[in-house]
Design a protein around this ligand. Sequence first.
Ligand SMILES: *Cc1c(COP(=O)(O)O)cnc(C)c1O
Length: 440
Amino acid sequence: MSNLDWLDRDRAAVWHPCTQMKHHDTGALPLAPIARGQGAWLYDFDGRRYLDAISSWWVNLFGHANPRINAAVKDQMDRLEHVLLAGFTHAPVVELSERLAVLTRGELGHCFYASDGSSAVEIALKMSFHYWRNHGQPGKNRFLCLAGGYHGETLGTLGVGDVALYKDAYAPLLRQAATVPSPDARLAEPGETATHVAQRAAAVLEAQLAEHHDSIAAFIVEPLVQGAGGMVMHDPHYPRLARDLCDRYGVHLICDEIMVGFGRTGTFFAHEQAGIRPDFLCLSKGLTGGCLPLSVVMTTDEVFAAFYDDAMTRGFLHSHSYTGNPLACRAALATLDIFAEDEVLARNRRFAKRFTALLAPLAKHPRVRHFRQCGMIWAVDIDTRDPDFRLRFYREALRREVLLRPLGTTVYFMPPYILDDGEAVLLAERAVAALDATLP
Ligand SMILES: *Cc1c(COP(=O)(O)O)cnc(C)c1O
């Protein structure tokens, strides 16, 4: 089979995510059939290759077809592929929950599983509301979120999100949360630092909480980097201030670390940099190293205790068919093993320094604004009015064997943690070449 065979069959039968399907027919968005992956590279059926510089939508941490993760999954496959997690348990889910709890220093010792990030956010929202209900405060049934935030595509998560492209069409279906300003470090006035911006944003948060805390169950944030909203970065002071304010006004803090968790921002969890503990921590994407779908919500003894009762309806009755799937849990355990055995965070720190230096020509490019970096995430805003910039840049990068998928006019890099120096050089050089070819 060649690329062309798969393209024809795909077009007749597959409806792709986050895509205007007509763009595949007009060529605006070329469709790339992938035969196999190896390390940071994806290979098509005709022998072309692509460097996966966005970790396949931010999930792949240690390369495609990772032998250590695959071996663990294969071993698990022959023991137990799946069992329902209601009334039953298994070694991988117990071990994973224990190890994740240790990574939060035991502060978030209760793990509730699902299969994708949106479902994890839905669970955190429902749990927070239900906690207050069980505490005799059912009026706390609204949520607060950040401008430009993203928490998924289901109706509940769109309601706490603020990315117009994904949300606006469904506005009549949503119960929209109130938004407070993003502590976006780009908003610093001359002479200001990102900390000043964080303080200003927190002042608005405080005003909202002071007025509405009786009706607010939780405040949800993506700590340090707001991803789908454009790789918007903020000072760790903001989550710290938000934690204090949530405590003061009796509101839960939900940290959505679906993108920023697992070392992406330089620490294992992003909230560590703020020195705080959320009430709910949502994880997915990197959790299995990009191998299998899995998500988890981690929470405190206090939240757990609010549901622990004789009455069935005071319990958290949420479920998904594949909750706690053993194969996915084994992939997650193998991923945690790699973190422990390979000193990944230290290697990433060295890589990040080197890659930032390699991106100097991009940072200095006359059409580039707001070069920014946080851990293993780099982003720039391109000064262009071309409404097709995103698709045109994407095509030019693919032509140069690089998978980069801008968010609007923001070009970002979120590579797997395994690039060697040659791959880093290639990526940095070809990104600039693709930019020059895209801009008129
Ligand atoms: C991707 C993402 C989600 C949604 O996860 P899915 O698995 O795509 O449903 C939620 N929050 C953040 C911050 C994300 O990046």
